[in-house]
Write a protein that binds this ligand. Structure first.
Ligand code: PAN
Ligand code: ZN
Length: 191
């Protein structure tokens, strides 16, 4: 039997930078086209095509049961209309895989949705260890004025199902009202 060698990676626990990241994925507004609720606001901002967030993957651990992967996500501050910048959001392709998020800096919302459309929101700040149970779709949202940064650890075989979110979105939107984040029903959401 040969065993996988243990290893250590350094993670900047404030900025979320992983100097030895195996991959840095940058998502611009164009990559999230159609996901924001206000098409006119999205079109107006598209000329600048701002960087919404980046994911720094620490490992390329094998996609197999029992393995973990971990990463950081940095969501930049900003809005499309009244809607704060967010990640695409996904169910895990293997729906029964859970995930742990750890807030590193800034102010965020972890928005979760069950397959039936039930919404749950977990506010996150530095030190928040937020648990994503099996089967819940999850999206993170920067509701503050600085970068919102978190660490994620997840089963390597969890995978990503972006398709259902791309079609229907989440059943609630997180918008700024009177300077504060507010959940409102997503008018476009249908069961
Ligand atoms: C996270 C997310 C990351 C970016 O690592 O993949 O925050 O969000 P999207 O993948 O929805 O664009 C995670 O939940 N992994 O399973
Ligand atoms: Zn996930």
């Amino acid at each position: 039997m040969t065993y996988m060698p243990p290893f250590t990676k350094l993670v900047d626990l404030q900025a979320g930078i992983i100097p030895d990241a195996v991959m840095v994925q940058r998502r611009y507004l164009a990559d999230l086209k159609g996901l924001f609720a206000d098409p006119a606001a999205e079109a107006a901002l598209m000329a600048d095509n701002p960087l919404l967030y980046e994911v720094q993957e620490a490992t390329e651990n094998p996609i197999e049961e029992g393995q973990l992967r971990y990463s950081t996500t940095i969501i930049y501050p900003g809005k499309v209309g009244d809607e704060y910048f967010f990640t695409k959001g996904h169910f895990h392709a293997k729906g029964d895989r859970a995930e742990l998020y750890l807030g590193l800096s800034g102010q965020g919302y972890l928005l979760l949705m069950s397959p039936e459309g039930e919404i749950n929101v977990q506010p996150m700040k530095t030190g928040s260890a937020a648990y994503v149970p099996p089967y819940w779709a999850h999206r993170t949202i920067n509701v503050g004025s600085e970068n919102f940064v978190f660490f994620a650890c997840y089963p390597a075989d969890a995978g990503y199902d972006y398709a259902s979110i791309a079609q229907k979105g989440f059943s609630s939107l997180v918008v700024e009202q009177n300077g504060h984040p507010q959940l409102i029903p997503n008018p476009k959401w249908a069961k």
